[in-house]
Design a protein around this ligand. Structure first.
Ligand code: PDD
Length: 282
């Protein structure tokens, strides 16, 4: 952890000028690698960073890192910054992007969070305005999310839920949000200004497969206060049930449909591992 060093003139350090991906490794197999890489390239191109390495090479670098660290259940982070260059905003100061792969052992949330659910807080800090810094860019600049998280933590919440500039529910600091109302699975549409979460997409697919109606749209805090079930999702924590929003109780335990979706998600992971092992001949 203390040996890999980066220059103080790296624009990722100086300006948060870069993009990243967080991936989850199960039993030595990286989950949804292609989807994450596609988003990494998309984020990079949205801030005009040209990643010259082909995806195959990035995959090799990830597996090499995992092997060197002997990590099987792991968290992997791929960082791509503008690169090292003199102080100044001009991208031409940085001729070559910095590319870093980090792996660390996976640390799961306590089981009780999945059984009893967590509390989230709808915070005052608004999600970045799409027209200023599009939340679709998985940017290294996380200040918006950090100040939102600080606000939520002060209220004893596990996650902050941010609204967009118009007051519609957007997303968590590191998660997308879903709720169930009248057996319909609802989540903010991408137009609200959220990250197009990979877990979010998997969940929408699963809902489809299970015959659960889903709706992407514009929702207000009232909608989630009155929901039957609520959960947040991301790559590392998967589906985390929410049973309290601010001071409003949403059921007392993990909801029935949330449980169904979690189970189906785990099945998809197991299938992915099986296929990954077959492909690599392990
Ligand atoms: N965060 N929204 C935000 C702002 C996020 O940072 C993330 C992911 C998500 C969920 O995306 P996905 O399902 O693709 O993980 C939504 C990762 C886990 C992180 O920052 O480490």
């Amino acid at each position: 952890m203390h040996k890999a060093l980066t220059s103080v003139f790296d624009h990722g350090f100086l300006y948060g000028d870069g993009v990243y991906e967080t991936l989850r490794v199960y039993k030595g197999v990286v989950f949804k690698f292609d989807e994450h890489i596609e988003r990494l390239f998309r984020s990079a191109s949205m801030i005009r960073i040209n990643i010259s390495r082909p995806p195959r090479e990035i995959k090799d670098a990830v597996y090499k890192t995992l092997k060197a660290n002997n990590h099987k259940e792991a968290y992997v982070r791929i960082n791509v910054t503008r690169g090292v260059g003199d102080i100044g905003l001009d991208p031409e100061l940085c001729p070559k992007p910095t590319f870093v792969v980090i792996s660390k052992p996976f640390k799961a949330l306590p089981k009780s969070c999945y059984e009893k659910g967590v509390k989230v807080a709808i915070v005052k800090v608004r999600r970045n305005f799409k027209g200023a810094l599009d939340p679709m860019i998985k940017s290294l600049n996380f200040l918006n999310n950090i100040i939102a998280y600080i606000e939520a933590k002060a209220q004893g919440a596990y996650e902050a839920i941010m609204l967009n500039y118009k007051g519609y529910i957007a997303e968590g600091t590191t998660s997308n949000i879903f709720f169930l109302k009248n057996n319909t699975l609802c989540t903010p549409d991408l137009g609200v200004g959220v990250l197009d979460g990979i877990t979010r997409n998997i969940i929408l697919d699963i809902a489809d497969e299970l015959g659960i109606k889903s709706k992407e749209g514009k929702f207000t805090p009232e909608d989630i206060y009155n929901a039957d079930e609520v959960f947040v999702s991301n790559t590392t924590k998967e589906i985390v049930p929410v049973t309290m929003i601010d001071d409003v109780k949403i059921g007392s335990r993990t909801g029935k449909i949330t449980k169904m979706l979690s189970k189906a998600y785990k099945k998809k992971v197991a299938e992915h591992i099986r296929q990954g092992k077959v492909r690599s001949g392990k």
